[in-house]
Design a protein around this ligand. Sequence first.
Ligand code: EAX
Length: 328
Amino acid sequence: FARRTLVTAITGATTAALAMGALSAQAAQTVNLGHTLSDSSHYSVGADAFKETLERLSDGEFEVVEHPSGALGGERAMIEGLQIGTVDLVITSTGPLGNFVPETYVLDLPFLFEDYDEARCVLDGEVGQDLLDKMSNHDLVGLAWSENGFRHMTNSQRPVTSPGDAEGLKVRTMENKVHMEAFEQMGVHPTPMAFPEVFTALQQGTVDGQENPITVIVATKFWEVQDHLSLTGHVYSPAVVLGSPILLDGLSEEQRGWFEQAAQASAEATREEVSRLESEGVELLREKGMTVETDIDKAPFQEAVKPAYQIYTDQYGSEMLDRVRASD
Ligand code: EAX
């Protein structure tokens, strides 16, 4: 706690010094950055890195104010905010993004990536860049691919080690039709919901379960309302640093470059935190009383969700999927 206070004091002093330096020229322009997770989460680590980098590179010309815990709304609402300019920057999963940029749905297919290396490699390569570029056709600026992590299932009813165990459970999903389709194929009842509502829905028993990366389960204290965790790793959940075109299109090339570098630094810091918590987090969740099923045979889950691929390619074709598969 003392260390945290000291860090805050130093950061505060640095920010004040930067701001005073900038004041002689012009007042710092405040930009807001929203995300749905708590201020102890990997997104917050990413937000801190963004703030530090942008304020340093711009020599105090910009000041970043972080709004964690869904203070600016759920992810879908914040993306809408970017389009109309009420929100400047967002760190979000791809959960609701396909509703705006359908090209990103390919990334939401279950069991698409084998491990973190493979996912990061695709997102950092040509396909990832292409998807970021496409966002500008939908009134969004894709700044960098960040990370949420591999998603795992939790529920309040029973340990789950097979699709049969999961059958009949009411599970909150993100507002993403590729995810919903996959869960339906698995025999669970998908209930789409914005993240800020999930904790209460679990607490009140509106839904039996949810699925999220270890990082999110830890940062949201889901152990208080969920007894069972299964390391299904059924889908990789990318995150992305998005900007508002209303802010970014008005900047000089140099200024825009600062935002791009800040987003890159944010993504790197977030990925590091995901990797760190991936192992430590499971231990913590056990200590908090959750049963943890680690030995999951993924084959029956993969088999169960297979029709989701056909449904995806019927609607969107197979070009993006082929490109992802060719580049990992
Ligand atoms: O982006 O909605 C979700 O379950 C997301 O994983 C979470 O908000 C982090």
